[in-house]
Design a protein around this ligand. Sequence first.
Ligand SMILES: O=C1O[C@H](COP(=O)(O)O)[C@@H](O)[C@H](O)[C@H]1O
Length: 235
Amino acid sequence: MAEEIEWWEFDSAEELIDAVVGDVSFIIESALDARGQALVAFPGGNTPKPILEKLAAAPLRWKSVTIIPTDDRLVPVSDPLSNVAMLAKIFLPKGARVLPLNSEAADYKLAGSAANARLQDLHWPPDLVWLGMGGDGHTASIFPGPDLGEALNPAKGVHAIGVRPDPLPPEAPVDRVTLTLPAITSARTTMIVINGADKQQVLEQAIEEGAKSAYPVGRVIDALTVPVDIYCLNG
Ligand SMILES: O=C1O[C@H](COP(=O)(O)O)[C@@H](O)[C@H](O)[C@H]1O
């Protein structure tokens, strides 16, 4: 079971956005004060976009902030499914460094190895890993499939791997690169942001089931050793 789980529920998107922006800003500011730089991992998909847009307007020293996706879909950056393209569009104009996990490697496993090599150059651990969750209970791109075991228990020091979800999720049916479980649990702080009653139900069940859950998010939360804040938009 995660060290400590705190649920924050909101009836309006505006309230949730303000709360998450306030907390992420505080984490980044504290990292900048303590270490002069910040490394954060932000999720992709639809849920975080309006929050990230408001966050980018916060008066932070963005030039000292490095942003990586928690995971990415292996698509060209011109594809609307690209997580790093969303992050780059929002944060490059602010002066932040946005690093991709994806590449044009020949296959998804090589793309994962290339991403892992790039991450080794960063000042690890991340100050924040902010996770999203799909309605199917995946988080980052930790999915059921042939790579689940490696994503949860990779070779020592591996921060990212390539994965092929099985089944492929209909909303983005492509191979992925994801932060591994140890990379996620190494973060100084973690948070999860979800929307809707269906996702809330999945997340509650996953937390209840813990390490044995068929939902990857349950396995991830179970392994966390720092407190996790869960922000949920009711609906
Ligand atoms: O595929 C992904 O899905 C999840 C959830 O996305 P959402 O659109 O349902 O909010 C996301 O957290 C992850 O980063 C993304 O690659």
